[in-house]
Design a protein around this ligand. Sequence first.
Ligand code: PEP
Ligand code: MN
Length: 349
Amino acid sequence: MLVVMKHNASEEQIGGVVGTIRDMGYDARPIPGGQRTAVGLIGNDGRVDAARLQGLEGVLEVIPVTHAYKQVSREWREEDTRVVLGNGTVVGGAEIVVMAGPCAVEGEREIIEIAQRVRERGATVLRGGAYKPRTSPYAFQGLGKDGLAYLAKARQETGLAVVTEALDPDGADLVAEYADIIQIGARNMQNYALLKRAGRTGKPVLLKRGMSATIEEFLLAAEYVLAEGNDDVILCERGVRSFDTHTRNLLDLAAIPVVQSLSHLPIIADPSHGTGLRSKVTPMGRAAVAAGAHGLLVEVHQDPPRAKSDGAQSLYPEQFAELMEQIGMIARAIGRELTPPLSVAGSAS
Ligand code: PEP
Ligand code: MN
């Protein structure tokens, strides 16, 4: 439930609403906006006496939030959420953000080299898994804590912000110490203990859509993070299971405008996992930008045939350069721009 304040409501009147909601046994969250301030009532169990709130001074109207997800919805917050990263990159604004790097961190020298290469071509965020959720227990599982340390070193050398995956709640705390964004992967989208712990770290969270999750389930998973008081969630469409075997997944591009109409959270696309095929990554990256994505997450490797994971969908650095050029043109065609490249190396946060 949302208590919308009058345009000229005073701080005291807003405080009065917050106090009353707390007296009623619920949490209250002031939400300042460009046009109006609203106060969100959290934890509505259907027994809230709306008339009591409607009668308070400075209140314009009390509106129910009709969706199952509350804080994630556009009803709760009209304006787009902008997630600001340590190196100044903003996800969710007019500029399109590119996060690029290998599927997995494979070594210190390797991650620093690829970080430099994607940075030169305009990426502002470095991706790379230190903990890998592999389908087979015998496949490369990642370098663990060493991988996190190498990512931090790459950030220091290049100024790129870092996104990397956490697989379990304790891992979320550890990743939060090293990374700018905690990635929650498709397989863990409904791991509620992980979502809660990641929310509590206060670090931005990149939440990937589960491979058979509906958009409603996706947004409810994000709600778990916001319910912990962490609004910095970036959603990521990475493809869903389909009946066709020509691509690894079916990149659901319609999810981008659908999510944007339902939620204020930024949404980016991952054409690498979305297709599983190097030759299809650039076309679908272009399409995702045209569809209005706030950014892309792309796998790039200096020697894809030798990659320890996801080589078949990893771009060569030259192909990444081409992708950046092409999405720059698409962005301009729809009145947007790519995030400007980082100018000074070593400007780490
Ligand atoms: C990844 O980003 O490397 C990854 C494992 O992605 P997903 O969770 O989308 O499969
Ligand atoms: Mn991967």
